[in-house]
Design a protein around this ligand. Structure first.
Ligand SMILES: Nc1ncnc2c1ncn2[C@@H]1O[C@H](COP(=O)(O)OP(=O)(O)O)[C@@H](O)[C@H]1O
Ligand SMILES: [Mg+2]
Length: 594
């Protein structure tokens, strides 16, 4: 059982995924250990030297030899200085070791976060992810650097001093040795409890982080609905739970360290009592007893460091597990080995596409077939929730279809290098996302090249030019968190400018003009006609008057295409389309309620 216990501990420590980050920097760890042992040996030999000096003092013949005493003092001071220098160098190397490894781990984790597909991000709360990359990473850092080196060093001291004890007096040493199994038993007993409460505390922390994150994000809704108190009380409850769990956890750890200290002290008393008897019987000399006791104190210190380490290992297991889980998530197929380059010449084809988000068997898209030719202007219309945005999500490879394939010139889009693939799209999505940077930085966001003449024409085509001069710092005005300093229509125009500036082959505009007033919408539509004359355009809208000149209009209903054709064809052949069109375009009459 005991070997199992230790085996489990070792397994918990050397988790490949995490260990791998520390391995490349192991040389710093080895240097650190070297200096740790050097400074430790000096520390160990100090009592010996002290003992020698004390011996000199007690020896009447040499008591007057002040020169030798001074020499001893000089050596002592020299050793102290040396020990401090070694400790300094040791700290430096351990710092290098932990900072470099953890730096790489953090960078990698962040890279992975950004590489994980959208479904991962929909599922995971930002607060949780934040808590892993900050708290959990720090827990692992402590474990692998300072705590692990303490463990090694204490083990070294333990073995070394136990050797000395045994060489001095076997009987006395045996009393101390029987203490160890008792403490290991305690460690395994309390370890379980510590692990359980630590896990619960960490998940409560993650939960409260999520509340903070979401509430700060939703601050407008909270204010509008007057829910400040409610949210605060939710947070307070979580904090109370955290306090409770933390206290439990600390209590278990205190019980553990107190009870192991108790066992050790009890052993110490027994040893002292037994040693006194031995001294009386002349079985041991006083000088040996003193060395014995000094060494015993070293042993007890290192033993408590070792048990503390196992306590910490329990505590950090939750953090390690979460880290490994996150590191092992599946990334988007960015580095597809045999990926083909994207060269869109002829057609985009949706072949028998179906899509269900989540586990539920609800088909958002159902057996859909569609062909879009290069240069075509295609509109998608249909009621809310009919699957318009989902269809675009598939084309952008933000989600993967549950069935069927999307092909470009006959090549499955999943075979195309992802970065290269996405570079071909200019997108204004329905849920706009702007960075809290300047207007100009947002517009240039997707493009590396700086092209002032293109920028000028883009500002004009997206009608950003109409309002940019009224902003406090013109184009350098920061747009606020997710564009909150701009009006809805201004945000849409900046997003449109960003997509246009990218000058990509395929433009996807998902209800991109919905927040604009009608005259602005018409004006931008006319601008787009000229700006995108040679591009492929996929345009989702609820406004039928904007799409009268489109090559193809797709009417989507409950995830299926219910009709396809030009405006004129649909007007004649599709009743739903015709009804909706006329409803939108009839002269407005306002009935007065009597
Ligand atoms: N990320 C998602 N996870 C789960 N369900 C989703 C997700 N996005 C959309 N849906 C669901 O898919 C259906 C189609 O949504 P969507 O494609 O956005 O419709 P549209 O753009 O036509 O209004 C809706 O019923 C919606 O609830
Ligand atoms: Mg939509």
């Amino acid at each position: 059982m005991k070997t199992d216990f230790i085996k489990n501990k070792v397994k918990a420590l050397f988790i490949d995924e995490i260990y791998a980050y520390f391995l490349p920097y192991r040389k710093y760890f080895v240097y650190g250990m070297l200096f740790l042992v050097l400074s430790g040996s000096l520390q160990l030999s100090l009592p010996l030297l002290l003992g020698k000096s004390v011996n000199l003092s007690f020896n009447p013949g040499t008591f007057t030899d002040t020169n030798t005493l001074m020499k001893h003092l000089g050596i002592l001071i020299g050793m102290l200085i040396l020990q401090f220098s070694f400790t300094f160098v040791r700290n430096y190397y351990f710092l290098l070791f932990s900072e470099k490894s953890v730096g790489t781990l953090k960078k990698d984790l962040f890279h992975k976060y950004l590489s994980y597909p959208l479904p991962f991000h929909n599922k995971n709360k930002v607060g949780d992810m934040l808590s892993v990359i900050t708290n959990d990473v720090m827990v692992v850092r402590e474990l692998y650097s300072s705590q692990f080196s303490d463990l090694l060093y204490s083990t070294f001291i333990l073995i070394f001093c136990t050797g000395i004890l045994i060489s001095i007096n076997l009987k006395l040493s045996l009393i101390l040795l029987i203490v160890f199994p008792a403490i290991i038993y305690l460690a395994s007993f309390f370890g379980k409890k510590i692990r359980k409460t630590s896990k619960e505390t960490q998940s409560l922390y993650a939960g409260s982080n999520s509340v903070i994150e979401e509430d700060l994000h939703q601050i407008r809704s909270i204010k509008i609905f007057g829910k400040e108190r409610k949210e605060v009380s939710l947070f307070a409850r979580l904090t109370e739970d955290i306090i409770q769990k933390t206290i439990h956890n600390s209590l278990f750890r205190s019980f553990f360290s107190l009870s192991s200290s108790f066992i050790i002290i009890a052993a110490l008393i027994v040893i002292l009592w037994y040693a006194c008897i031995m001294v009386v019987k002349n079985e041991i000399v006083i000088a040996d007893l003193v060395t014995f006791i000094v060494n015993m104190i070293f042993i007890i210190n290192s033993f408590s460091t070792i048990t503390q380490f196992f306590g910490n290992l329990e505590r950090s297991r939750g953090a390690t597990v979460r880290l490994v889980e996150l590191l092992n998530e599946k990334v988007e197929t960015e580095d597809f080995v045999n990926s083909s380059p994207m060269d869109f010449q002829h057609t985009i084809e949706f072949k028998n596409i179906s899509l269900s988000y989540g586990e539920a068997d609800v088909k958002v898209l159902d057996g859909l077939n569609l062909e879009i030719k290069k240069g075509e202007k295609v509109a998608i219309v249909g009621p809310n929730g009919s699957g318009k945005s989902s269809l675009l999500n598939l084309l952008l490879r933000l989600y993967t279809p549950t069935g069927g394939t999307v092909e470009i010139d006959g090549v499955n889009i999943n075979q195309i290098g992802l970065a290269n693939y996405r570079s071909k799209f200019g997108v204004v999505s329905q849920d706009l996302e702007l960075f809290n940077r300047s207007v100009i930085d947002n517009i240039r966001y997707g493009t590396e090249t700086i092209d002032d003449s293109r920028l000028e024409s883009v500002l004009a085509h997206s009608n950003v030019i109409d309002f940019i001069n009224d902003l406090p710092e013109k184009e350098h005005t920061k747009v606020g968190k997710n564009g909150s300093c701009l009006s809805g229509g201004q945000k849409q125009r900046v997003s449109l400018a960003r997509a246009l500036y990218k000058n990509a082959d395929i433009m996807i505009l998902d209800e991109a003009t919905s927040a604009l007033d009608s005259s602005l919408e018409e004006s931008i539509k006319a601008n787009l006609d000229s700006a995108l004359s040679d591009k492929t355009l996929i345009f989702v809208t609820h406004k039928f008057s904007l799409i009268e000149n489109f090559d193809k209009i797709i009417v989507l209903d409950s995830g299926k295409i219910s009709a396809i054709g030009t405006h004129q064809q649909l007007l004649q052949l599709n009743k739903t389309y015709a009804t909706l069109y006329h409803l939108q375009n009839r002269p407005v009459t306002i009935k007065k309620v009597a």
